[in-house]
Design a protein around this ligand. Structure first.
Ligand code: SER
Length: 599
């Protein structure tokens, strides 16, 4: 069954049952502070569930373009994607659980529907927890339809309580799994709750929107019950076309063929297969995002797009292919597959946007690869018979600053006979995530708005300047504020008079000396007390006191400061430091603006 036929059967089935097809919304989420990109069919229509807005019809259906990036690390396995299409059907305060279950069953098993064997279907339902009771009603409806007890799984909130975001409409859900047979099984331990791919989740056949989530543990009843169903088209295609992976279906295979045909090899290794899939997945997402008006940038959805393009490009390096020669052909394939459903994808400008981002990124990437090679060289030098291990936190910094992914770094390091320490990489990654989360919660200030590679050199320069100011002007200097944009750093500090030109030149000189020395910047995880004992500068003292683990950045022996980063790995990457302005911004507070000029 082609994807065109699958689409037709789904939509026609719900239209026959009096649902109105509302078509797909743009990928950029509108008027939703909890979301940047539409991540499910229900996202654009949330106000219908709370009663804030009235739907055009009480029964709706569509196929919605979606992007989800929280599982981006899984892309490359048989069934995770960043872009996907979601089938949806809804009852907004109209029919309830019984009819939802009956409709799902009819579409899945009838001849004019998807004609799946009833024996191969399983249903999951919510088992209940401290806040929301078990969904016994849905269990009884599945039983009346003829599903035997042993094909009904009762699962906890993590699996079967669907939430649209940190707050908003939510409720218990019931999902349908399809048994693809023992050939997909991981072994004798396998059961319907196993993730191996044998019992394949094909449809969230009903989220019963009953509650509005106010916080993690607070749920208030919605004024009426709605039904929200969602199914990934890619998964349906894999089942109905009997393909092991979604990438072999007619939604993907033309793209995969385009990419592999440039590789000139007969069979791919597992790693190559994964990379080919990542390239296909991420570029498909990029084409759709650009088609919906998103442009690569360092903010919001533009940054998601940028990350997708960059990941695709780094996998091109691993695959040793040239994507710039492929964009046009891939765009043609995508247009052939999707053009009649989404005319916006045909726009030729999409290729130009991609080419432009590609060229820009290659420049940064080359810089990052240079830093990596230089850092690796110092490791070899120090090796002296000891096992050569590259610190994971440096690998993480190179990834965060220049966008060189860990796997690419690993490969290069291995060519030098060096292994990258996985544990310290994981620790740095986790620390970064925790800090970003805290940042997002407002505890540690503003959410980061610029890409790390643009900000890291200025960040490191700020630490150098802070120390230099203290040396030149004395301990009266205390940081009062800071703002970094890619063009300049701005630093506010306490001091009671104007600086004279000699002092300014002295500060510049000290900073440039440290840059020329090529000092290594290291990240140290320690406790707040230990850091202060060592004399680290600790801005936001009170805030850091709340956490026992802190990150301190050391620039050799010159500077120690508590900070979440990002920083460069070595001061030699900074260029020439120049103070462009010194002024007063209030009683006892001075402001310095400074830049880093290219070497
Ligand atoms: N909102 C649910 C999901 O995304 C059903 O559409 O799975």
């Amino acid at each position: 069954m082609t994807h065109t036929e699958i689409r037709k059967r789904f939509i026609e089935f719900f239209e026959k049952h009096n649902h109105q097809n509302i078509g797909s919304a743009n990928l950029v989420a509108k008027n939703d502070p909890t979301l940047l990109l539409v991540n499910s069919g229900m996202a654009p229509i949330k106000p219908y569930f709370t009663g804030e807005e009235k739907p055009p019809h009480p029964r709706l259906t569509n196929i919605q373009k979606c992007v989800r990036t929280e599982d981006i690390e899984c892309v490359g396995d048989p069934h995770h994607h960043t872009f996907f299409e979601m089938f949806g059907s809804w009852s907004i305060g109209d029919y309830g659980k019984k009819m939802a279950v009956e409709l799902a069953w009819e579409l899945l098993t009838s001849q004019e529907g998807f004609n799946l064997e009833p024996d191969k279907l399983y249903a999951t339902v919510f088992a209940g927890d401290d806040y929301i009771p078990a969904d016994t009603e849905t269990i009884s409806h599945w039983k009346s339809i003829g599903i035997p007890d042993e094909h009904i799984l009762k699962l906890p909130a993590s699996e079967n309580l669907w939430v649209s975001g940190p707050t908003g409409p939510c409720g218990p859900c019931t999902e349908v799994l399809y048994d693809r047979g023992v050939k997909y099984s991981c072994g004798i331990e396998c059961n319907p709750n196993c993730e191996c791919g044998r019992f394949y989740e094909i449809w969230n056949a009903g989220v019963f929107m009953q509650y509005n989530r106010k916080s993690e543990t607070e749920f208030e009843e919605l004024p009426f019950l709605s039904v929200d169903t969602g199914a990934g088209l890619e998964r349906f295609a894999a089942v109905l076309q009997s393909k092991e992976s979604n990438y072999e279906t007619d939604l993907f295979s033309p793209l995969i063929t385009e990419i592999t045909s440039t590789l000139n090899i007969d069979s791919l290794t597992t790693a190559q297969t994964r990379s080919v899939r990542i390239v296909a997945d991420h570029l498909r997402a990029a084409f759709f995002l650009i088609g919906d008006g998103v442009v690569p940038s360092n903010k919001r959805e533009g940054y998601i797009l940028r990350r997708l393009i960059r990941r695709a490009i780094t996998h091109q390096i691993f695959l040793k292919i040239k994507l710039e020669d492929l964009y046009e052909r891939l765009h043609q394939s995508i247009t052939n597959i999707y053009g009649s459903f989404y005319p916006e994808i045909k726009d030729q400008d999409i290729i130009a946007v991609l080419q432009n981002e590609h060229e820009n990124f290659l420049k940064t990437l080359k810089k990052g690869l240079g830093v990596l090679e230089a850092s690796l060289a110092t490791i070899v030098g120090q090796g002296k018979g000891k096992a050569a291990v590259f610190p994971g936190e440096i690998a993480f910094d190179i990834e965060a600053t220049y966008g060189v992914p860990l796997e690419t770094q690993k490969e290069i390091a291995e060519n030098h006979g060096i292994i990258i320490d996985k544990e310290s990489y994981q620790a740095a990654y986790k620390k970064h995530q925790d800090l970003s989360r805290k940042g997002a919660e407002g505890k540690f200030g503003k959410v980061q708005e610029y890409a790390n590679e643009e900000i890291a050199p200025l960040h490191t320069a700020t630490h150098l300047m802070h120390q230099a100011l203290t040396e030149v002007l004395g301990s009266q200097v205390k940081q009062a504020g800071q703002s970094l944009v890619p063009e300049r750093l701005r630093f506010d500090f306490t001091f009671d008079r104007k600086l004279d030109p000699k002092e300014i030149r002295k500060v510049e000189k000290i900073v440039n000396q440290q840059i020329q020395k090529g000092l290594s910047v290291t990240k140290v995880e320690t406790t707040f007390h230990e850091a202060v004992k060592q004399g680290a500068i600790a801005l936001f003292r009170d805030k850091y006191k709340e956490v026992d683990q802190v990150t301190m950045y050391k620039i050799n022996n010159f500077s120690k400061e508590l900070c979440g980063g990002p920083h460069v790995a070595n001061t030699s990457e900074l260029g020439y430091f120049k103070i462009i302005k010194e002024e007063s911004v209030g009683k006892g507070i001075r402001r310095i603006k400074a830049t880093l000029e290219k070497k």
